[in-house]
Design a protein. Structure first.
Length: 200
């Protein structure tokens, strides 16, 4: 049970970051420029955002937030957008509710390249993510980067759960969460209005 609680608490903490998911940089693509349509302010929603751990994938009910993207052509991928606010619902560990808070907003959105295997996917990241989890006599902070891609076929942001770059610190959980624990986000985020990001 301790193992299940640990992974679900970890999932809840990082799910706080799930909303910010977007896209991942590479130095080779650093000089590329991008076009964003329409750009501007957006709202975001994700059903069942989750986190991937060694023990499996665990979920919250939903996540919501706001952000913005630059508009037009000739845009640098670095800082092409930002996440301004985040809120989360339905995160539980063994049936007990977990409270998630985020800090350090806004989080920068970087775009860096077109996926080599799918030209409709634009790789990138959300950097500077900070989330605090509390509940069940446990607390911990998670900081780091969320990786994924922007899917131009349906205008969604996708965190693919493959890069475990969110790291635990300040953990006080009787061993349920330890400093240095890592996790990755897995979520599909719908933006309103729908956005499109293309290489110039």
């Amino acid at each position: 049970m301790h193992r299940i609680t640990r992974t679900v608490l970890t999932a809840a903490a990082v799910s706080g970051a799930a909303l910010g998911l977007t896209v991942a940089p590479s130095s080779a693509a650093a000089q590329a420029t991008w076009t964003v349509t329409p750009g501007g302010n957006f709202t975001a929603h994700s059903d069942s955002p989750g986190v991937v751990t060694d023990s499996g994938t665990y979920y919250c009910t939903s996540a919501d937030g706001t952000g913005s993207l630059k508009s037009g052509s000739g845009l640098s991928g670095a800082g092409i957008g930002q996440i301004n606010s985040l809120s989360f619902a339905g995160c539980k560990a063994s049936g007990m509710s977990i409270t998630i808070t985020t800090s350090g907003l806004p989080y920068a959105i970087n775009v860096t390249g077109v996926d080599a295997d799918n030209p409709n996917r634009i790789n990138g990241e959300v950097v500077g993510v900070k989330a605090h989890v509390s509940g069940f006599g446990c607390r911990a902070d998670f900081t780091g980067t969320v990786h994924g891609y922007f899917d131009n076929t349906d205008g969604t942001l996708v965190a693919d759960g493959t890069s475990r770059d969110l790291v635990a610190s300040n953990a006080s959980c009787l061993g349920l969460i330890n400093n240095g624990d890592t996790a990755a986000i897995k979520a599909v985020i719908k933006l309103n209005p729908a956005q499109k990001i293309t290489l110039d």
